[in-house]
Design a protein around this ligand. Structure first.
Ligand SMILES: *Cc1c(COP(=O)(O)O)cnc(C)c1O
Length: 460
């Protein structure tokens, strides 16, 4: 399998290069040259354990890693999960809930970042190379990425987060990791500022080359790839229904894009239901065709406080019939004026999507009623999805909602919904007394570059 850029101006590269490269050199995102059809394999895979299923799917996209090595990397990645099914399904009333948060940092990001950490180490060792990972996080990516690469010899990681805008627990999950290769950067700005810094620094190809920058954000193809697996796993857990709907609380469009790919590979997903908080750029897009960024609105589901979803470009690429030229036109218009418009429903694709949003008040209310009616305690991100799923559920079609974080990560919102319920988690309780380390920087490209230059360990 080879990977090409959504903007059509790079030569095809194999999987391992795509993992190390992160963003494509023309500023686009890497996508597979074709999407394999696994329809005729679905029955054969029905009794596989998660790791085996992951191996069968991932090897189709990562055919430049010997099978035994790939198997070992995958098994190591999912042995850190607290549930043997890795992503188990629970039920709350008529809704099925796929719990994606049983990894080390209690958010769904671990599913991808545990694997990415192992892939990085494997590829770098093979090439005798080092990597400086630069990432931006609104909370969960940072801690999951840090957990994926802490203590690894040939990797330094620099994580930018919007100072004061991640939850205190999320911040501690990052800053309490004191390994020498971990660098936490509290940026004076919003998450979109952090994403902008990230994109700008990556687009400086000279700098990227010289300091061997790598990406862990959902721009990295391996993350999307790892996330495809649990959609297949969930279908088997549901006993292979003729079709099912999935509802995904969405920020950077990574999780739901993985569902889109799983569907294109032949998994019988019926509709893709996209749920946003007050940052409803994508919800507006799928209802009107208008794609326009506004100012970030801070919500109870901070991992989704995003106006410009980095993975959306991958969807647009397939939406435009894999035309890099059309993606370039669309992104140029959007980058110049902050908005772009397309006509919906011309090719077959958009009709698969339904989209709606939940306010903070609806999120809190959903946490309360889901718990009081069904005894299921959802975190605020999950609750955004549950609220929206309720609008679209149909008789006789299972509705599978993604649970993207453990509720103990967001105790303030849970308390607001259920004042008498305290939810904790032992791994989070342990953080309270741990020493922490971080650096505060302005939202300025040179400030971040200079920090990297003075703290990275690659010699000239
Ligand atoms: C990252 C994250 C999301 C958003 O996922 P995307 O792939 O960016 O759409 C939702 N919920 C939680 C808890 C997250 O950490």
């Amino acid at each position: 399998m080879k990977y090409v850029s959504t903007r059509g101006r790079t030569d095809p590269v194999p999987f391992k290069d795509a993992v190390i490269m992160g963003l494509a050199t023309d500023g686009g995102l890497l996508v597979p040259q074709f999407i394999p059809d696994v329809g005729n394999k679905l029955n054969r895979w029905s009794s596989l354990a998660y790791g085996e299923l992951a191996f069968e799917i991932i090897r189709l996209f990562a055919d430049d890693i010997p099978e035994n090595d790939l198997r070992r990397l995958i098994n190591a990645s999912y042995s850190t999960f607290a549930d043997s099914r890795v992503t188990p399904i629970k039920k709350a009333g008529d809704l099925y809930i796929l719990e994606l948060f049983h990894g080390p940092t209690l958010s769904f990001k671990d599913v991808a970042l545990q694997l990415l950490g192992n892939l990085f180490e494997y590829i770098l060792a093979e090439r005798d190379q080092s990597l400086n990972i630069l990432g931006a996080t609104s909370g969960d990516t940072g801690s999951a990425a840090i957990a994926g690469v802490r203590g690894r010899k040939n990797i330094d990681i620099f994580i930018m987060f919007p100072e004061g805008k991640t939850s205190p627990i999320q911040e501690r999950q990052m800053t309490s990791v004191l390994d020498a290769n971990i660098h936490n950067l509290g940026i004076d700005g919003s998450f979109d500022d952090c994403q902008y810094l990230l994109k700008s620094i990556f687009s400086d190809l000279e700098f990227k080359e010289k300091y061997q920058l790598g990406a862990v954000n959902s721009v990295n193809w391996a993350r999307v790839l790892a996330q495809i697996v649990y959609y297949f796993s969930s279908w088997y857990q549901l006993d292979m229904p003729a079709r099912f709907d999935v509802c995904v609380p969405t920020g950077n469009f990574g999780n739901i894009f993985a569902a889109y790919l799983a569907r294109r590979m032949g998994l019988p997903i019926n509709r893709l239901i996209l749920a946003t908080n007050a940052n409803d750029v994508l919800s507006v897009f799928f209802n009107t065709g208008r794609y326009a960024r506004g100012d970030v609105r801070f919500s109870h589901s901070p991992a989704m406080d995003i106006q410009v979803a980095s993975n959306f470009e991958r969807y647009m690429y397939f939406r435009f019939g894999e035309s890099g030229e059309k993606v370039r036109e669309f992104m140029d218009a959007f980058n110049k004026s902050g908005k772009a418009q397309i006509h919906l429903n011309t090719p077959e694709v958009d009709v698969l999507f339904r989209a709606s949003s939940a306010t903070d008040a609806e999120t809190v209310e959903c946490i309360r009623t889901t718990f009081n009616s069904f005894g299921y305690l959802a975190d605020p991100h999950t609750a955004v999805g549950l609220h929206v799923a309720g609008k679209y559920i149909q008789k006789d079609i299972p509705m599978l909602c993604m649970a993207t974080a453990h509720p103990a990560k967001f105790p303030e919102v849970v308390q607001q919904a259920l004042p008498d319920t305290w939810i904790g988690h032992e791994s989070l309780d342990l953080l309270k007394d741990m020493p922490t380390r971080k650096e505060n920087l302005r939202a300025d490209i040179d400030a971040v570059k200079n920090f990297i230059i003075s703290h990275q360990r690659i010699s000239d």
